[in-house]
Design a protein around this ligand. Sequence first.
Ligand SMILES: C[S@@+](CC[C@H](N)C(=O)[O-])C[C@H]1O[C@@H](n2cnc3c(N)ncnc32)[C@H](O)[C@@H]1O
Length: 234
Amino acid sequence: MTNLAHADLDKTTVTKAYDRWAPVYDLVFGAVFERGREAAIAAAERVGGRILEVGVGTGISLPHYSRECRLCGIDISEQMLRKAQDRVTEFGLNNVEGLWVMDAEHLSFPDDSFDVVVAQYVITTAPNPEATLDEFARVLKPGGEIILVSRVGAEAGVRRTLEHLLQPAVRKLGWRTEFSFARYARWAERTNGVSLVERRAMPPLGHFSLIRFAKAGGADDVRPSPSVESSAAA
Ligand SMILES: C[S@@+](CC[C@H](N)C(=O)[O-])C[C@H]1O[C@@H](n2cnc3c(N)ncnc32)[C@H](O)[C@@H]1O
């Protein structure tokens, strides 16, 4: 079995799907993804500075960042972003610089704008994941980090077969079930100045991973070897 073709999800389907999810998103996906979000926020805060949350959705993460961090959020779904704006108002989040309807694959920010780009549960919903990661690397400052929480498809076995069978149905919901870690590894290998620094299994069921990439060129550029858990490859 091969990886899905690049255009297996289209932006209209994804936007409509998340516009429909918006009223119930927090109820359905709030608790289940909480641990992954906590891990991503902790990793982002270790770098600090100006942080871009791509696919910020209903803004569920925003109140959990230190107020020292300056936050920008983008999402392709206006309905999700309306919820995020309500949250910013409700919590008085004056460290949020702005929220924009924007496509992750075509970010309207100059090069080297952010210390961290965070995308939680987003890349596997993007029609062109590798082009989207290219944009993350472009807007990231030298020495910054891309921090993802992402579903990682099984490489083999029963779960692999199930994911393949489920893919046509879940596409309508704006998701991919099949997405191998090899795609992330290949992207880092072919992207100048970007290296994989961590992969850590995340609940539920370890089917998700926290994945960190570093962009070379920062003042403190001596990095340890990647911390990649082999157990996460299941
Ligand atoms: C599964 S939700 C994750 C939301 C949030 N990050 C969280 O932790 O719950 C995926 C989000 O990514 C957004 N999204 C999907 N494709 C996108 C794209 N190409 N550009 C910007 N946002 C996108 C969706 O609208 C949705 O809000």
